[in-house]
Design a protein around this ligand. Structure first.
Ligand SMILES: C[S@@+](CC[C@H](N)C(=O)[O-])C[C@H]1O[C@@H](n2cnc3c(N)ncnc32)[C@H](O)[C@@H]1O
Length: 252
């Protein structure tokens, strides 16, 4: 009988985002008085739940393909007394049909909104988000970008077939947002410290499991995956790939 490392239990958000930044972003969205929230590629939808907490009466729909993460979202919603205002739906966000929502969240999930390949997926996602948001509403887009052009060595360390054309520079991301029919009401980027916290949390369950289970038949494979991932961050995208949070307002 072998155990498995638990899955991502040490992170609140499935992306680089400090609690303090999340709180500020949520307060800004809640101040607009949303009645409906749509979270596309929601995972376990923690920020959506924070927003429902901060916006009494608002109802939220989270959409993802990952059944376990959706179940975690349902569990968390019930524990926070939000079970009757939050639904988690197992369906693809690509081509998803829904009433336009007052707040649309797309956090680290722009690839989920279309079949376009990077970097075209960002423009495709912005077009979809423009359709999903109600007049006068808000989109919160959490999107990766290049802080600078990665070197060939950094790219080789990142992930299979990583290429410099895969992400946009930050200025380009803002320009595309405007071209998609939004004004950029707010734009902020995470610190390297937020990335480090996210990456540490990402690997911590596996690291602690490996320390306790060195003789497990799966240990070598899991350790190799951990090593690959840590190298891809430390020798690849650390300080090179940024994460931006854009609060977008649709132009009337
Ligand atoms: C980096 S995670 C971000 C999760 C969440 N937004 C958050 O910030 O905690 C990306 C998510 O996109 C989801 N995803 C990928 N393709 C998808 C699709 N076609 N439809 C819906 N979700 C998808 C994954 O299952 C994953 O939960």
């Amino acid at each position: 009988m072998t155990s498995e490392p638990p899955r991502l239990t040490r992170m609140r958000f499935h992306g680089p985002l400090s609690d303090a930044r999340a709180k500020r972003l949520v307060a800004g969205l809640a101040a607009t008085g949303p009645a409906t929230v749509l979270d596309l590629g929601c995972g376990w939808g923690e920020l959506m739940l924070d927003l429902l907490d901060a916006a009494p009466g608002a109802k939220g729909t989270g959409v993802d393909l990952a059944a376990d993460d959706l179940e975690r979202g349902r569990r968390n919603a019930a524990e926070r007394g939000l079970g009757d205002r939050a639904e988690f739906v197992e369906v693809s966000a690509t081509g998803y049909e829904h009433e336009p929502a007052d707040v649309v969240l797309c956090l680290g999930s722009s690839h989920a909104l279309s079949d376009a390949t990077p970097p075209e997926h960002t423009a495709a996602a912005l077009a979809a988000l423009r359709k999903h948001v109600a007049p006068g509403g808000r989109v919160l887009l959490g999107e990766s970008y290049w802080e600078r052009t990665p070197t060939p060595v950094e790219l080789a360390n990142m992930w299979p077939d990583a290429s410099a054309g895969e992400l946009l520079p930050l200025a380009e991301l803002a320009t595309l947002s405007v071209a998609a029919g939004f004004r950029v009401a707010w734009l902020e980027t995470v610190t390297v410290g937020e990335w480090e916290e996210f990456e540490a949390a990402y690997l911590a369950d596996k690291e602690l499991w490996l320390a306790d289970n060195p003789g497990d038949p799966k240990a070598a494979e899991i350790a190799a995956g951990v090593e690959r991932h840590r190298r891809s961050f430390l020798a690849g995208y650390r300080g090179v790939m940024g994460q931006a949070y854009l609060t977008l307002v649709p132009v009337a």
